[in-house]
Write a protein that binds this ligand. Structure first.
Ligand SMILES: NC(=O)c1ccc[n+]([C@@H]2O[C@H](COP(=O)([O-])OP(=O)(O)OC[C@H]3O[C@@H](n4cnc5c(N)ncnc54)[C@H](O)[C@@H]3O)[C@@H](O)[C@H]2O)c1
Length: 249
């Protein structure tokens, strides 16, 4: 499976390049896109933008870059009829709409967290929220101090999973001031420090008990492997919008 990496010079792009060079799941690297790249990186040609990149014999684009490049990324993929794995986070409404539109033409895998463990955490959080309809729910996420978006795309993904079974739920980001907690709010709290790769905790509490569900990423390789597995999953799939739930069946 031949892949193009968008954001190849970043922390995650480099990790995908590393495992592709090792042939993880039969992957091999074709080229990279990144405004900060050298002309040649990881043994393949790199371009500063999609407009500079020509056509390549590739099977999929894996995107770990910045959400502002979504339109250019998807124009390229639709034009070349290339499946794409979007692992970048922080998209605004307009960019989310562009992703949906592109998925009518090509297979698009879109997940704010490429780890199987987090997909399970979402499901467990959903079951817990449904089983304990009156419990208070708070989400705490922790990431390294270079992360741009807050709260994390994963925290929002977990909150969305919970609100799919709690119809009156709404989100409160951080909390301060003089106000009692409302029963329908889901508190979402972002912590930024040091070199934490990614931790997500869902705390579910009633007057009599507390349940804590927690996922910790130990290495970035986790997300890189998930992205390559998602690229393999897209092989031969029709146009559509796919996510981790489709992959874990
Ligand atoms: N889905 C997941 O599992 C998962 C896991 C980790 C990170 N992420 C997300 O992936 C993204 C990248 O994370 P990172 O830690 O590698 O960040 P990073 O800052 O280390 O790397 C981002 C790279 O994208 C490049 N970039 C910026 N604008 C670009 C453009 N217009 N075209 C192409 N490349 C561009 C930057 O030059 C940089 O090299 C973030 O949105 C992050 O939240 C997702």
């Amino acid at each position: 499976m031949k892949i193009i990496i968008n954001g190849i010079s970043g922390r995650m792009g480099s990790e995908v390049a590393r495992i592709a060079k090792e042939g993880y799941r039969g992957a091999s690297l074709v080229c990279g896109i990144d405004p900060n790249s050298e002309t040649y990186e990881n043994g393949v040609p790199c371009f500063h933008s999609f407009s500079e990149a020509g056509s390549f014999n590739a099977d999929c684009v894996i995107d770990f870059s910045h959400h502002s490049v979504t339109e250019a990324l998807l124009e390229y993929c639709v034009d070349k009829n290339l499946p794409v794995v979007i692992a970048t986070t922080g998209h605004d409404e307009k960019e989310l709409e562009i992703i949906k539109r592109a998925s009518l033409k090509i297979p698009v895998f879109f997940s704010a967290n490429m780890s199987l463990g987090v997909a399970l955490l979402c499901e467990l959080a959903k079951i817990t929220a449904k089983t304990m309809p009156d419990a208070d729910i708070e989400i705490i996420e922790k990431h390294h101090n270079r992360k741009l978006d807050a709260p994390s795309g994963t925290a929002l993904m977990i909150a969305d999973a919970i609100s799919s079974v709690r119809k009156d739920a709404y989100y409160v980001f951080g909390r301060n001031g003089q106000r009692k907690r409302d029963k329908n709010e889901i508190g979402v709290h972002a912590i930024r420090l040091g070199n934490i790769i990614g931790e997500h905790e869902v705390i579910v509490g009633t007057d009599t008990q507390t349940i804590t569900l927690k996922h910790e990423a130990h290495t970035r390789a986790l997300f890189a492997e998930g992205a390559v597995a998602a690229a393999a999953f897209l092989e031969g799939k029709p146009a559509g919008l796919y996510n981790m739930k489709d992959m874990i069946g």
